[in-house]
Design a protein around this ligand. Sequence first.
Ligand SMILES: Cc1cc2nc3c(=O)[nH]c(=O)nc-3n(C[C@H](O)[C@H](O)[C@H](O)COP(=O)(O)OP(=O)(O)OC[C@H]3O[C@@H](n4cnc5c(N)ncnc54)[C@H](O)[C@@H]3O)c2cc1C
Length: 386
Amino acid sequence: MDENIENNYLNLILFSKNLIAESLMEASQTDSTEEFPKETLRKLKLSRIFSAAFASEMGGENLGLIPGSNVAMLQILKNIGAGNLVMGRVLEGHINAQLLIDQFGTNLQKKNFANDAIAGHLFGVWNTQANDGTTLRENLDENFLLSGAKTFATGSDFVTRPIVTANLEDGSWQMCIVPLDKICTNTDPSWWNPMGMKASRSYKMNFENAVIPQENILGIAGDYYKQPYFSGGSIRFAAVQLGGAETLLNETIKYLRELNRTEDPYQKMRLGEMTILISSGNQWLKSAGEFLDQYMINSSKENSEIFLAHANMMRTAIEKICTKIIVLCQKCVGARGLNKPYHFERIIRDLSTYLRQPAPDVSLSEVGTFALQSDISLDNLWENKI
Ligand SMILES: Cc1cc2nc3c(=O)[nH]c(=O)nc-3n(C[C@H](O)[C@H](O)[C@H](O)COP(=O)(O)OP(=O)(O)OC[C@H]3O[C@@H](n4cnc5c(N)ncnc54)[C@H](O)[C@@H]3O)c2cc1C
């Protein structure tokens, strides 16, 4: 990869790492369903990270779009998650939307929405819904009308350009980009009473005949679930989760040092286990980025299967790593450490909540299916031979 591009990515990674300490403080001050980490968002908006997942000709950095950029993308997400899992979740949605626009948008849409990101519009992807989900109906004037509700609409009141999915009349699943600063919606915060991730404001969002201009329809019906990028995208939320677990390790070390509890053999043993877990998580992260790089170089059907199986392994492994870190951290710091103002109890609540991502059972069983049924040699999953 070109040295300048590589340096750009290194700068973005450094920026995200330098944000951790302040972001951690803001996370503890905004741990409420009515709050939002505004200051960290303000800083992100001022950085190149905010429009990075658009192509360079649109004013972005090609992050997550070209081979060699994917490890950097995952490291940035990890660092933002290390400061505040809420902001990690928000940035993940923002980046996911940009990647979808790059994948399925027209040139004009790419240009216009990249300009929106550069101007500070926050993006998101709102796909989850309950029984009263969304529909899109074509209007006489060739615009569309969006009705129904989305649940878990992260960043409510701050996201102004969510990609919202909805049923067309024939039952197919269509994406549209909703200009929330231009239409009326009804936000329902009472729906959001979670154990953690409170400030993600993942409220319920209701639409009633909201006018969606034709130029805000993204791709064609069915594009949203196209593989391998749909399930393969799980490596991004896993990176954010790993950031939270890494901070639990770093804060545990700090806590034990402050209490002068560094010579106890049992604490040393737990710290050893935690360090191995985080180190493994980072190896998964790096290899997931590299597998995605390789898939971008050669997008054959076989490589798609390999990338997907690896992504499923990575997210499952990181979920297990985070769960183990939570248990070990609690044993290390005890009840005293779980008191505020220490960060442990909040991060544990946030991480436990954020670990509940879609279809964990399916994801693991697909790894088993790959192992049992694929003609591709399993070596491909760890030797990165794509
Ligand atoms: C903080 C946070 C922010 C979020 N932000 C967004 C967002 O911005 N946009 C968005 O679209 N979504 C968002 N989500 C939703 C997220 O993507 C998942 O849809 C959601 O977290 C899954 O919730 P769940 O664990 O209740 O899922 P469930 O699907 O209910 O899974 C719970 C368990 O049941 C199992 N299971 C699933 N289906 C079945 C079945 N049919 N029979 C038996 N068992 C089953 C699962 O494997 C799992 O073990 C967010 C979630 C969180 C926690």
